[in-house]
Write a new protein. Structure first.
Length: 481
């Protein structure tokens, strides 16, 4: 299991290392060495003969000065560009020990290799003044860019301010940072490596699940098993939009659940007959024993926002005891009619909002949610005792205590209907008795991987959600193997 950390968590680990006897400058020397080692490898691959370090006024700039001196000592031609006049004490010390060329203005010449050491973690504003000039210079340079810790201009929540360095590689110091996985971080960081400086986290970070973490939820099937062994699921979908029902149920059929039942409106039922022969088709009138005995229920996909749906949700929450996946119009119905019904529930609940749906649930702006997705998701999960899966290019999953960031996925998934596929897959995954948090992490990984495989075969523009359904088996086979 890989773990990722916020700026606050990293600072706490840094502070503890200092409190237990490691001097701040020793940590800077270690950071500089980790950066220099990575830069040397990258320069060799790029066949670069010289390098420009662009340093800011803080400790990130100090890391750059240390790394620049290490390369200078190895006989590499190094220049450092620093426009700052008021430096942090550690940066001042590192600059004083640097023996190479120091530039006080942006040069006219072109560079093939640049190291970005302007900002580290903790930036909370758009770069301005000289800092903006430096970032613009780097982005215009056409050079191969390595960023130290974070690309300068990237916030702790992974949102890129304007401007933000677009790096080919990022050497993040000490611990993996959430910002490099979330939102814009995945686009501006390039290849990410962690530079070890000998610090240990003081708290549990966000879990980043890999293939081996998911694999344990797909054990080899016993010969002596049957459909009941693998759980039963019900999908309520498609009163307003029929496609959502078929996408969700189709994905549920591929999930490994033993039974998939699709409940649609009476109006939709005639056109649904025969569309998914492996699926048990029903119309919904009341909560019969088939529903109440199901291991998981998914609800909301393509159903419209209505008081009827709110009444169904209220009843399910009160009497059902399995895992209830609330998605799409069911989320919007909660936002429109009231969230308090979540406080009087008998079942496990997983909410699967995208940022705009999340905004309707909690009243926060989409912008504020994206700037701080993990605390926002944790707050909602804790308030209502649910598991929250906040969708995005890097989905955040939390039960209010544990947090995970899903790192699989592709822009090919950015199409209407993809969420219906995911909800069906999650519902089927939960039906096998996997706890809600683990089911959400597992389904997110599989869904993202299916999207990646579809994009590998079809490109990022062509795949539609039905194609992603067809690639779920390929993703599962890869995990099983």
């Amino acid at each position: 299991m890989i773990y990722s950390y916020s700026n606050i968590q990293f600072r706490a680990a840094d502070d503890r290392a200092i409190a237990t006897g490691t001097s701040p400058y020793t940590l800077m020397e270690r950071a500089g060495k980790a950066l220099a080692d990575a830069v040397l490898v990258a320069m060799e691959k790029q066949k670069a003969l010289d390098v420009l370090f662009v340093c800011g006024s803080g400790n990130n700039g100090g890391d750059g000065f240390v790394a620049a001196q290490i390369l200078y000592n190895k006989g590499i031609y190094v220049e450092v560009l620093c426009l700052a006049t008021r430096l942090s004490p550690l940066c001042t010390t590192a600059m004083a020990r640097y023996q190479g060329d120091l530039l006080g203005r942006i040069p006219r010449r072109r560079y093939g290799f640049i190291v970005d050491c302007i900002f580290g973690t903790g930036i909370s504003r758009a770069p301005a003044g000289g800092e903006k000039e430096l970032i613009d210079f780097i982005n215009r340079s056409g050079a191969y860019v390595v960023s130290c810790d974070l690309p300068s201009g990237l916030s702790d929540g992974g949102v890129a301010y304007d401007p933000c360095v677009r790096a080919n590689e990022t050497v993040t110091i000490g611990l993996m940072k959430n910002a490099l996985l979330l939102s814009d971080g995945a686009d501006v960081a390039g290849k990410v490596t962690v530079g070890d400086i000998g610090i240990q986290p003081t708290s549990t970070g966000a879990e980043v699940w890999g293939k081996n973490d998911v694999k344990k939820f797909f054990p080899k099937k016993k010969s002596n098993s049957h459909k009941g062994t693998y759980g039963s699921s019900c999908i309520f979908a498609g009163e307003a939009f029929s496609g959502a029902a078929f996408l969700a149920a189709g994905a549920c059929l591929k999930s490994g659940a033993g039974y998939t039942r699709l409940y649609v409106s009476e109006e939709l039922f005639p056109s649904a007959v025969g569309k998914l022969p492996s699926c048990i088709l029903r119309t919904y009138h009341s909560l019969d024993n088939e529903i109440l005995d199901a291991d998981s229920v998914g609800i909301g996909m393509g159903m419209g926002v209505t008081d009827r749906l709110y009444a169904m949700l209220s009843q399910l929450l009160f009497v059902y005891t399995g895992t209830l996946v609330i998605d799409a119009d069911a989320l919007n119905t909660l936002g429109a009619y009231g969230m308090d019904i979540l406080k009087n529930k008998s079942c496990n609940v997983v909410l699967t909002p995208h940022p705009k749906e999340f905004s309707r649930l909690c009243g926060k702006s989409v912008r504020s949610i994206l700037r701080d997705p993990i605390p926002s998701a944790k707050e909602l999960a804790q308030a209502y005792g649910v598991t929250v899966l906040l969708k995005g290019n890097r989905t955040v999953i939390t039960d209010g205590d544990r947090v995970a960031i899903n790192a699989t996925g592709s822009p090919a998934l950015a199409k209407g209907g993809s969420g219906d596929v995911f909800s069906g897959l999650l519902t089927g995954t939960a039906a096998r008795g996997i706890p809600p948090f683990e089911a959400a992490c597992t389904a997110a990984y599989v869904f993202g991987r299916a999207g990646e495989l579809a994009a590998e075969k079809m490109g990022e523009y062509a795949p539609d959600p039905s194609d992603v359904v067809e690639y779920i088996p390929h993703a599962l086979k890869e995990i099983e193997e």
